[in-house]
Write a protein that binds this ligand. Structure first.
Ligand code: BEZ
Ligand code: FE
Length: 295
């Protein structure tokens, strides 16, 4: 086969990849070639634009390191991460909705007993966070692992600090009690821009977009026999709820972080200044249902 034109080349490449022995690789390769060629035929890049595209992907690769994953940021900002999430977590309101993991999760976070203040030396408005973890019908899940992490009042995660300020803070792992409950203290998180000092930042600028995410607290919750839940609780009223740079906001994940004046909090702590409360009841998806959906 030779002498391909701008249309016949697509079927030629499809025939070539049809030899893949793994049926899934065959399917993905075929779709990739069809969509990629259609994209190119629609956009009709000049040779210089094609080189610019290659340079962009090369720079994206060079930006990646052990602590920076520019390709995931690219996926996030193009809505691909949330599209994959939507395809794989279509529970139609029966369980808590999921959203992006983001780059700031740390494997094996420090375990803390419920009630711990995880804010360390951070300044900010005290936040009393509490919630439950249950099955969809409300049966409490005891001993579920609840990982939490969030930004400080300036919008930075602990892992973004270097030098003297470095150290794990505003993140921890809790376990639910016999009634499926957990609670802890921290400070109210702030909105923040995703890392935008690399190619993805340049792309956002060229697209006339801002890099901001609305303030949120991340939760990752695991219990045996249930699908792992990766989600956030967003701060109600945040100005970026409708323009999240990574398209992660869902109405069901927004809560008012109600502010109280000085006084006694639900766990008996006495505060001499304003504090806020976040409460969320999480419902996990039984694995049998997830497994049968995947089949
Ligand atoms: C985050 O929420 O931590 C996050 C998610 C996606 C991209 C960047 C940050
Ligand atoms: Fe975040």
């Amino acid at each position: 086969m030779r002498n391909f034109d701008q249309f016949s080349i697509t079927d030629a490449v499809r025939e070539r990849v049809a030899g893949a022995t793994d049926p899934r690789i065959r399917q993905i390769s075929d779709a990739l070639v069809r969509h990629l060629h259609d994209f190119i035929r629609e956009v009709r890049p000049t040779q210089a634009e094609w080189e610019q595209g290659i340079a962009f992907l090369t720079a994206t690769g060079h930006m990646c390191s052990g602590t920076r994953q520019e390709f995931i940021l690219l996926s996030d900002t193009l809505g691909v991460s949330m599209l994959v999430d939507a395809i794989n977590h279509d529970h139609q309101g029966k369980v808590t909705e999921s959203t992006v993991l983001g780059p700031f999760y740390v494997e094996g976070p420090p375990e803390a007993p419920c009630g711990t203040d995880i804010s360390g030396d951070l300044a900010g408005q005290p936040m009393f966070a509490s919630g439950t973890v249950t099955t969809p019908d409300g049966t409490p899940l005891a001993n579920a692992i609840v990982d939490v992490w969030h930004s400080d009042e300036d919008g930075y995660y602990d892992v973004q600090h270097t030098g003297e300020e470095a150290g794990l803070v505003a993140r921890a792992r809790f376990r639910t009690d016999a009634q499926g409950r957990f609670h802890f203290w921290s400070i109210k998180p702030a909105a923040y821009p995703i890392p935008h000092d690399g190619p993805v930042g340049k792309m956002l600028e060229a697209q006339g977009r801002h890099p901001w995410r609305p303030a949120h607290v991340h939760f990752m919750i695991e219990a045996p026999g249930f699908e792992k839940l990766v989600t956030h609780v967003f701060v109600g009223g945040d100005p970026y709820l409708d323009s999240d740079a990574v398209f992660g906001v869902k109405d069901s994940l927004i809560r008012e972080f109600e502010v109280s004046g000085p006084g006694t909090a639900p766990d008996g702590r006495v505060l001499d200044r304003d504090w806020c409360a976040l409460h969320y009841d999480f419902q996990l998806n039984p694995l049998s249902e997830a497994a049968s959906k995947a089949a």
